[in-house]
Design a protein around this ligand. Sequence first.
Ligand code: F0G
Length: 352
Amino acid sequence: MAARQGVIARYAARLPITPATPRITLFEGETPSIPAPRLCAEMGLGSLHLKFEGLNPTGSFKDRGMVVAVARALEDGSAALVCASTGNTSASAAAYGARFGLRTLVVIPSGRISVGKLVQAQVHGAEILAIDGNFDVALSAVRSLAAELPVTLVNSVNPHRIEGQKTAAFEIVDDLGDAPEVVAIPVGNAGNITAYWRGFREYFAEGLCSRLPRMIGAQAAGAAPLVRGRPVADPDTVATAIRIGNPASWQGAIDARDQSEGAILAVDDADILVAQRDLAMVEGVFCEPASAASLAVLRAAVRDRLVAPGTAALCVLTGNGLKDLAVASEGLRAPVLVASDAASIAAALGLR
Ligand code: F0G
């Protein structure tokens, strides 16, 4: 295995960078596609891999696009990064802003992002404002702000974000030797499904994979504008990362769905939480709730015969489980308090 390079150095020729673009990195990308044999057997699939984006430097896929957006911001002499966020974009922007010397300004929906993500942005020194409104309102506000001021908007409406994120599709093909037949992926603001579809198409056009995957998008039932066919004014879900009612990359998601002959389906919060627990208990991979929506939607698609037995499938796990411990810890048994001698511990474990 070659030494780690980061997204820009590894895929420079396929990214919108110029000779003047600084080759920055926090060693994002190069995440594993982990085999998931037991869930594969449960669903009767031919193969199942988990693209674990929780292993990126700030714990989510956002770093792939952020590094490209920040490199271009530096090249353009920008003074600051600005974003609205359900948490992960702001954590990523704050880390790259800190490392590469840019102010980072963040607008979040008050009380609706996980503590872990908020603390990430805070420890990296971002300047954070909360609004009494949801992500869609926050995004619209920062879009107006960035149109008027010399700051760089680093939400996925910044085209360099999508370009960086498409490298995840390249890595899947590079690692597995071909594209999967089905890719299941959570959909919030819809930048990531747009990016994956672009990445697969670019590799396919160059003959680097023999097929294109069907893209199966997952929206939370309470925040499913793409499934309903119209914006949702008051989106709600336990998966706060995808609590979005009017996705900016709406058309990109529809194109990915239709061109790939895929689907975008709604999954219940309860099924998302079961999927999160199963991934952790059965495959040893701990992802955040929004990420687990990809397994929940794949299960639904298999059950409804949208995905046939024997299919080669992959779930994109977009963020690390440590991001949102409040949700993950609900319903867990607290450790049993015992005396500190071996006999007491063995007895409590039923070992003698
Ligand atoms: N999974 C996670 C963990 C996310 O943080 C997000 C989006 C998504 C999936 C959906 O990706 O928006 O490209 O469709 N989080 C954004 C944020 C909105 O602000 O961190 P998408």
